[in-house]
Structures are given as C-alpha cells and as structure tokens.
Design a protein around this ligand. Structure first.
Ligand SMILES: NC(=O)c1ccc[n+]([C@@H]2O[C@H](COP(=O)([O-])OP(=O)(O)OC[C@H]3O[C@@H](n4cnc5c(N)ncnc54)[C@H](OP(=O)(O)O)[C@@H]3O)[C@@H](O)[C@H]2O)c1
Length: 231
C-alpha cells in the first residue's frame, strides 16, 4: 500500500512501539488517528489526531471509530492493534483481576477495534490490520502464563481473520517481537528495559515495510528478536 494520504489507526500511542509507529506513519505521509488512554506528549503534527479511548470499553472504541471517520474523512485503511500490557507472576496465586485485565486489553480490546473497522474496510475492498502478538505468542515463558495465553490468542485470531477477509482485499499480519526497549517492563519485576533490547523505532520500520508491500503480496507473520539479547 502506498501510505501517502491513507488513514491509519494506531492503538496505544502514548509511548513505545505504538508511538514510534504513529511517527513513522506520519513521516511516510499517512494521516494517523491515535486511539488510547493517554495522549502522546509532545507529538504535534498536522495529520495526527488523538481520540481518547480505553480499548477494553467497546462503546468507547465504537465512539472513537465514529469520531475518526467524522474527523478524518470517512475512511480507515490501516489498523495497528498495538495497545497491550503484561503482568508477571506464578499461576499459583495469580490475581484474577490481573488475568482479566490482560485478556480485556490484549484480546477483547483488539477484537473490539478490529470489529469496528472491518465493515468499512470491506466496503473499501482495501485494508491492512497488523496485530501485535509477541514471542510470548509462539512459546511459553515462565511466570508469564496469562500474558502468553493472550498473545497465543492474538495469533489464532489473526490467522483465522486472514482466512475470513483476504478475499475482500483486506490483509492481516501478525507480529511477534522479542524484547523491545519500552515502558512495557516497568511493572515486570526482574526485567528492566535495556540497550540490548530491540528499539521501538526498528519494530515500527518493519511495520511500515509490511504495510508498503505490493497489493498481492502479504507478509503474514513477522518474528523479530534482538540478535544478541545479553551482550
Ligand atoms: N516491549 C516488548 O518487549 C514487547 C514484546 C512483544 C510484544 N509487545 C507488545 O507490543 C505492544 C506495545 O507494547 P510496548 O512495548 O510499546 O509497551 P508500552 O510502552 O507499555 O506501550 C503500551 C501502550 O498500550 C497502551 N494501553 C495499555 N492498556 C490500554 C487500554 N486499556 N486502552 C488503550 N491503550 C492501552 C498504553 O497506554 P497508557 O500509556 O495509557 O498505559 C501504551 O500506549 C503490546 O501489545 C505488547 O504486548 C511488546
């Protein structure tokens, strides 16, 4: 897809991969709607709009979608389902609230955002949805069972959705990043973001590359890792 003038929604734009992706899209000439709880501080661009929205709230997601269409010109060509979080801990004693928080955000929120844009993309016979899973969506990680379960769910959802919509000209790609230097690790005991991790700008560059592939060429799954994670 040529991104100039296209309208892209990115969820979770306050920092990390979401903000880096919004900035990369803007640099490529796209118009970007950020859907999230927290606006990206200092991101001023004539083609950027922030729509306050907790992705766990389906009414808020639908309202953000309507506001985006009203404000940005009646089309949505790209959806980057990025908003997400992880809570670590042994399954034995793991808090039900934290379990539900992860599923409500990483799985249900992603479903609400996808469902909101799909009718439009079908009408357009064009669209690209990129879902942020994780290496934790490919292999289990100790003390991350709940997070892994959500990211495996994102992988299954992405593969099934692709089969549902590819005939309508809509692409679905699933991304599996390894450790990336963001605020994700702020609440995960024992792991701190560090320079050996990947940089969110590099993940964003790979998202852009995937979006810009020729129309009849789909990059379906993208696994990314730091080459030397423990330098
Ligand atoms: N960092 C990694 O190593 C890594 C690896 C693989 C996959 N991922 C995935 O990549 C995605 C982005 O993570 P990141 O590393 O960039 O982490 P991050 O810096 O913590 O960013 C997460 C973003 O999601 C937003 N968010 C969380 N809950 C939300 C909600 N209920 N409604 C709306 N927005 C919400 C956050 O907004 P607030 O500021 O309002 O909280 C923030 O903008 C996540 O899906 C994560 O699981 C990360």
């Amino acid at each position: 897809m040529q991104l100039g003038g296209k309208i892209a929604v990115v969820t979770g734009v306050s920092g990390g991969i979401g903000r880096a992706t919004a900035e990369a899209l803007l640099a490529a000439g796209a118009r970007v709607a950020g859907w999230g709880r927290t606006a990206p501080q200092g991101l001023q661009h004539e083609h950027f709009r922030f729509f306050a929205c907790d992705v766990r709230d389906e009414k808020a997601v639908n309202a953000a979608c309507q506001a985006t269409l009203a404000d940005m010109g009646g089309a949505i060509h790209v959806l980057i389902n990025n908003a997400g979080l992880g809570v670590a801990g042994l399954v034995d004693g793991f808090s039900t609230d934290n379990w539900k928080l992860m599923f409500d955000t990483n799985v249900h929120g992603l479903f609400y955002c996808t469902r909101a844009v799909l009718p439009l993309m079908k009408t357009q016979q064009e669209g690209h949805i990129i879902n942020l899973s994780s290496i934790a969506g490919i292999a289990g990680i100790e003390k991350m069972a709940g997070y892994c379960a959500t990211k495996f769910a994102v992988r299954g959802f992405s593969q099934a959705l692709l089969k549902e919509v590819r005939s309508e000209g809509i692409k679905v790609s699933c991304f599996y990043p390894g450790s990336t230097q963001t605020n994700f690790f702020d609440d995960i005991p024992g792991t701190e973001a560090n320079d050996s991790m990947m940089h969110p700008e590099d993940v964003a560059a790979t998202i852009l590359y995937t979006l810009q592939a020729p129309q009849n060429f789909l990059i379906a799954d993208v696994e990314m890792r730091p080459l030397q994670p423990r330098k």
